[in-house]
Design a protein around this ligand. Structure first.
Ligand SMILES: *Cc1c(COP(=O)(O)O)cnc(C)c1O
Length: 474
């Protein structure tokens, strides 16, 4: 029997294939050679395990080389259409940015800036000065800085303000926020010692007072951002904690998580604590994220008294946790929307929160009408804010619903398909493989596409993706 490997081309013959010579203007020769070798290795391995199978021809091998060479050089982050109705979806990149924010970040990335340069003095400056005036304006605090994210902000604040000292935290607040951010672990990493006070459901001001010793430096309040304890609960107000902190000579830190600058109750949501209120109630340091309800780029924002914030800036960790120039420029642009009173109009997160159900119903109906497919209906649903804010809170919406084929009679999806019904898992997968991908939500064997989190400019792409996905089901 003839050696089946003999049917495979040499590396040189493969590289001379027209598909690969054509690819040479897009990729350097060594990149193509590496992927050609790998394709031949794979073909040899396939022949070794199945000698009777016909070997791939040169055209198939060349196409495989181009495909893997392209994939290796492709941009890893794919822009996608979020039709889940979860506004701050951490897995999908949290807050989409305003046009002005995107432009400011692009400008900062494009060239040089006075990031750490004092133009008036002609000397080295600090990157921490840039956001101070804006943060003071919008929050009422004495000073403000940013670091890489809020987890970094909490770590830095504890490391700088409670080194080798005790930090009082309510037992109900020594929690995991998500993505592995656990308050007890962060405290340990900062070098501070966690002292839990009260109980999981009830903690009183007196519990903090009783736990304070000469070794205690900080009283930390942590907002329960991604869960809710309901029923027999009690927690002291920030004003009560301020009184305890004054009595015991402690610094009062408030980790708001999301925090908000606007009043969420004006949109039919529960009250998310506002940064301004924490500042007014006397927190020494208030910490919150840039990319949650603020609606800006990823950042950890720290506002409060000038003295504690200077200690944070001087700590060696500040250098390790610093924000980059595009985040500083972008956050400034987002904060300016608040200062100008245009946040609801310009910041996508607030546009989505304030979208009227009637307008959403019209968009879902326009999607349905454009597709004219019998499986599509427009139904009432709920959007969520998500992203570690307002747990359990929803907003009324109208979504495009595609009901699945599994019937009450217990038919298998395959049987239902034969009856012309829809396999929602397969449909959702086709949508995720579209370009751009479309991500929906499956609930009760129905695929829901919620217009609240879809930019109207993405409507045409969503309709095209859904048309193709539905056709593939037939
Ligand atoms: C989300 C959150 C954090 C972490 O913020 P990131 O910006 O994601 O690092 C910390 N604390 C609380 C209470 C949070 O909700």
């Amino acid at each position: 029997m003839q050696n089946p490997y003999r049917a495979l081309p040499s590396i040189d013959r493969l590289l001379r294939h027209p598909a690969l010579t054509a690819a040479r203007d897009r990729f350097p020769a060594d990149h193509l050679t590496r992927h050609a070798r790998a394709a031949l290795d794979r073909a040899r391995a396939a022949l070794a395990s199945a000698p009777a199978a016909p070997p791939p021809d040169d055209d198939a091998l060349a196409a495989a080389v181009v495909a893997t060479a392209e994939a290796a050089a492709a941009a890893p982050l794919r822009p996608l259409i979020n039709a889940t109705g979860v506004i701050l979806h951490t897995n999908l990149g949290r807050a989409p940015l305003s046009a002005a924010t995107r432009a400011a970040m692009a400008r900062a990335g494009q060239g040089y800036s006075n990031l750490e340069f004092d133009l008036a003095a002609g000397e080295r400056g600090s990157r921490f000065v840039h956001l101070d005036p804006l943060l003071r304006e919008v929050t009422g605090a004495e000073a403000g800085i940013i670091v890489n994210n809020n987890a970094a902000a909490v770590l830095l604040a504890l490391a700088a303000l409670a080194p080798a000292r005790e930090v009082l935290v309510s037992r109900g607040e020594a929690v995991e926020i998500g993505g592995g951010f656990r308050i007890p672990d962060v405290l340990r990493q900062s070098g501070a010692t966690l002292v839990e006070v009260g109980t999981t459901n009830r903690t009183r001001a007196a519990d903090y007072r009783d736990a304070a010793t000469a070794r205690t430096a900080v009283l930390l309040r942590v907002h329960a951002s991604n869960f809710r304890i309901v029923g027999f609960t009690e927690a002291p107000t920030l004003a009560e904690l301020r009184a305890v902190a004054d009595e015991a000579g402690l610094l009062l830190l408030d980790d708001l998580g999301s925090g908000a600058l606007l009043d969420t109750t004006a949109y039919g949501l529960a009250a998310e604590p506002r940064v301004q209120d924490s500042v007014r109630a006397g927190a020494d340091v208030v910490l919150f994220s840039g990319d949650k309800l603020l609606g800006g780029p990823q950042a950890g924002i720290i506002v409060g008294g000038r003295a504690p914030l200077e200690r944070l800036q001087r700590h060696p960790l500040a250098r390790a946790l610093r924000a980059d120039k595009t985040a500083i420029a972008g956050l400034a642009a987002t904060l300016q929307h608040y200062l100008r009173g245009e946040a609801e109009r310009e910041i996508p997160v607030w546009r989505m929160i304030s979208a009227h159900p009637d307008a959403l119903r019209q968009r879902a109906a326009a999607w349905r009408d454009a597709l004219a497919h019998p499986a599509l209906t427009v139904r009432e649903a709920r959007s969520t804010v998500g992203g570690g804010s307002l747990p359990g809170e929803t907003l009324p919406t109208w979504a495009l619903a595609i009901a699945g084929g599994a019937t009450a009679g217990g038919a298998m999806a395959g049987d239902a398909m034969a009856g012309g019904a829809t396999d929602v898992g397969r449909l959702a997968q086709s949508l995720r493989c579209a370009d751009p991908p479309v991500v929906g939500r499956i609930e009760k064997d129905t695929l829901w596409l919620d217009p609240r989190t879809v930019d109207p400019e993405e409507d045409a792409a969503l309709i095209t993706a859904l048309r193709t996905a539905l056709a593939a089901q037939a």
